[in-house]
Design a binder for this molecule. Structure first.
Ligand SMILES: *Cc1c(COP(=O)(O)O)cnc(C)c1O
Length: 228
């Protein structure tokens, strides 16, 4: 995909978000577009950056670290981690310092504790979201809805973590709306302002249900090569 294609796709996605906001009576400035660049190379990120995009979502620790190095000349480029994070890899993310905008997939008190220790060691207050498994899928990571309260309290106890909100990926084969609504209710119950939900195929529904961040990969960068 050419840099021009990425720029055009980015504009089209931003227009979809803005239109969904308009229909829902929301201010488009309330909804951040996270460009999900996993599997695509640094040149794809560079093309989106040149088109004005600043924050990118990555799912794999080593891939994120390599891209951050390859793109070190872009001073205000930021990454959010949206994949499953193993505790023993937390340090590679906190070492990125200010280039790491947030970790959106905290789903256990043990992971929070490790992240808090590593963030404190880097002198950071690290913004985090909790990933919630609203669809209760056995194969999916994320905290179950009934365990959110306990995890909220555990994360809030760490001074080097700043709990901002909740994130979810609803079941692929179901209507996402009730899942997005459930996430918003959980966030409201805990006075959490940020809601990361909605992807290429369902971002309009997510905006209608209150998303403050949509995570879009395919509609910006094209289809991902399937893993070998
Ligand atoms: C890959 C991914 C996305 C982007 O999905 P698209 O359908 O390509 O827009 C969003 N969120 C998470 C957690 C992902 O892993």
């Amino acid at each position: 995909m050419s840099a021009g294609d990425v720029a055009a796709n980015l504009a089209a996605v931003r227009a979809r978000v803005d239109e969904a906001c308009r229909r829902a009576g929301r201010d488009p400035a309330e909804v951040t577009l996270l460009a999900v660049s996993k599997v695509h190379g640094p040149e794809a990120i560079r093309a989106a950056y040149e088109a004005g995009q600043r924050v990118f979502g990555e799912n794999y620790v080593q891939e994120l670290v390599e891209k951050a190095e390859a793109l070190a000349d872009l001073p205000d480029l930021r990454f959010r981690f949206i994949g499953h994070l193993q505790r023993n890899k937390a340090k590679y993310l906190t070492r990125l310092g200010a280039r790491l905008a947030a970790i959106d997939t905290v789903d256990s008190a043990r992971l929070a504790k490790e992240l808090a220790k590593r963030a404190a060691g880097e002198g950071l207050v690290l913004p985090v979201l909790l990933q919630v498994n609203v669809g209760r899928e056995a194969q999916k990571s994320g905290v179950l809805p009934e365990a959110v309260e306990e995890l909220v309290e555990a994360v809030r106890a760490h001074e080097s973590l700043a709990l901002r909100g909740l994130m979810t990926v609803p079941p692929a084969d179901e209507d996402p709306r009730p899942h997005f609504r459930r996430l918003r209710e959980l966030a409201e119950a805990h006075a959490l302002p940020e809601l990361s939900m909605g992807m290429s195929g369902d971002l309009e529904v997510a905006v209608e249900e209150g998303a403050t961040m949509v995570r879009v990969g395919t509609a910006i960068f094209g289809p991902r090569p399937s893993p070998a």
